[in-house]
Design a protein around this ligand. Sequence first.
Ligand code: 5GP
Length: 126
Amino acid sequence: MPVSGLPPYDDQNVFARILRGEIPSKRVYEDEWAIAFHDIAPQAPVHVLVIPRGRYVSMADFTARASAAEIAGFFRAVGEVARILGLEAEGYRILSNMGPAAGQEVPHLHVHIFAGRPLGPMLARA
Ligand code: 5GP
């Protein structure tokens, strides 16, 4: 069941297609719970996306419907990717857009990992 107020999951979204292997991606990590791959239009020298394998639109959807194991597995994967990419010393930013105000383009929950240069202010000034 979709969470109230959220659109139903769209099985044709681009990340669903990447998960099914219908669209290629440059994967940097995968496990039972999550996959990580390079963003097709990087906004920093390192720009990797981490997505849960499950069919979740957003953080609200994920935390309402996913099992504790899925939630733990996903967030562990985010940390694991940062470790694999060797980002701990220089630092990095994680960011996740939800819905129209944040400009979410792909309706499958994803966390961006940015690194490789000074990342500037947390938000652009309006
Ligand atoms: P959002 O705006 O939803 O937070 O971020 C979606 C991200 O997905 C964007 O940074 C965009 O460049 C990336 N993206 C969109 N289509 C593809 C694709 O086909 N492959 C990959 N690797 N990234 C994609």
